[in-house]
Design a binder for this molecule. Sequence first.
Ligand SMILES: Cc1cc2nc3c(=O)[nH]c(=O)nc-3n(C[C@H](O)[C@H](O)[C@H](O)COP(=O)(O)OP(=O)(O)OC[C@H]3O[C@@H](n4cnc5c(N)ncnc54)[C@H](O)[C@@H]3O)c2cc1C
Length: 508
Amino acid sequence: MASSPISDREDTIERCRAHVLSLLNKQHGGLHKTSYPSASLNFLGKLNSNPPSTAAQSRPNHNSPPRTSTYSSSKPNSAQRQIKLDIIISGAGLGGLSTAIALRRHGHRVSIYEKAPALNEVGAGIQVPPNSSRLLLKWGVGSYLDGKTAEPKAIRMRRWKNGDVLSTTTLKGEFREKFGAPYFVVHRAGLQGALYECARDLGVEVLLGKGVARYEEGGKLVFEDGDVRIADLVIAADGIHSSARKVVLGGVDQPPREAGFAAYRAVVDVELMAGDPEVAWLVDSPGQNLWIGDGRHAMTYPIASGKSFNMVLSHPSETDPSTWSQDQETIIRDMKEHFEHWDPCLVKVINMIRTTLKWPLLTGTPLTKWLSSDKKLLVIGDAAHAMVPYMSEGAAMAVEDGAALAEILSLIRSPSELQDALGVYERVRILRTGQMQEASLVNGKLWHFADGSEQRARDEAMKKAESASGGGNPNQWSDDETASWAYGYDAESEVKKAWMLWTSSPKI
Ligand SMILES: Cc1cc2nc3c(=O)[nH]c(=O)nc-3n(C[C@H](O)[C@H](O)[C@H](O)COP(=O)(O)OP(=O)(O)OC[C@H]3O[C@@H](n4cnc5c(N)ncnc54)[C@H](O)[C@@H]3O)c2cc1C
């Protein structure tokens, strides 16, 4: 079959799926190639006879960063005749709420049904990279976030043992300039609250404490209380343990797998830190610090406008989460043991943690489909593409899911085009999110080398890339190719291009 952009995309999805599986199964080959644009792995080529990343050879040039910034909210053009659908979303997490906003802005009638009786984002901070912040700001969510966000100056990657800086990515200023939007951090509850208020103000109906019991054919939903509703389109944003995913996949679920890691999530009292000269510098100015070492890393940053200090401590964990002790004394003791011989400054902050949550880190592999056979049920967010949080892009992917869906629906002019549009959407999003699952696992490899030849080569390559200012940086935030693919991605224009291509290509 002759190559076309559409068949190229399917080939890349296959390559991506193979890489994700290989990384998950800890096969070494998984680290030498990526299906997404990257020069981050080039340093490995110098270590052995394996060729460096081949991604650059097949790199699609689809992500040139936008040059104009769109910080202020803007309205979609309602002069065009667009179809308006009755849409039901299950789940009021970051994915469901974002998608509701995106769709409602285009005039669809949107209701969200959430099982929990109250909004309940757990954990503390969340990073919002420019590919997501650009959309949120365009939708007007910014005004609901006033005073709740912080824009870190930089991310500093540090050596586990002594905190020496291995690599710095300047975020503030530079990311706005390059990618047209800021990289910010926020408390999860703050972001969820802002999305909820914005959605409500736009006219989205949000019903809490109303769980979906069953997804049936024809856009039919049966609720736990026995109510039944039918929609033109049902969107399941029901999270990592989604029950809709199995329905979409025709009865055989493909649940996310344990990635061999867990994370301690905690918030440290900033007052306590500010009183200790050895650690006060961490809260003096908003910045992110990431210590990397053998099988572990610690990601830290201040949130809530500098009032709290957020920590995610990733560590190996092969045991079944259902057997984990919930006893704080035990969890805190284990957490301290994992980072016992690390940089004394980091250890000092860890010792200030009073309570923590031990969280399993799961990843999905790219699903074969996101749409049910009758094209009435669609999975998005973690339900469709759970990933380890090492690119800080899980929720950002869900925001993109919503933006891309609203955009493609705005391009169709008759209900007869709906199924094709959803089909195009599905393929574009499976590729994008599958590659982000892959990039997240790649970070897990890059950050977790034990001291030795790979670690030395990585550290050297990071330093060299910074002094030479160019690509090939094993710090994926700083690698030009990966960064413009990750942060310069415009979910709306990508899906629009794919739809134009589809409508203009001959149908067999
Ligand atoms: C340690 C860690 C750090 C992370 N850091 C980042 C980061 O910095 N940046 C980033 O972008 N992402 C990050 N992520 C990922 C991000 O948290 C998730 O990708 C995102 O929250 C998923 O949102 P969601 O709406 O798809 O799912 P969820 O947040 O899980 O929401 C699903 C919702 O559906 C509801 N629900 C479930 N079943 C039903 C039902 N039957 N009926 C009705 N409602 C139902 C649930 O109650 C829930 O409210 C991180 C994840 C972890 C674990």
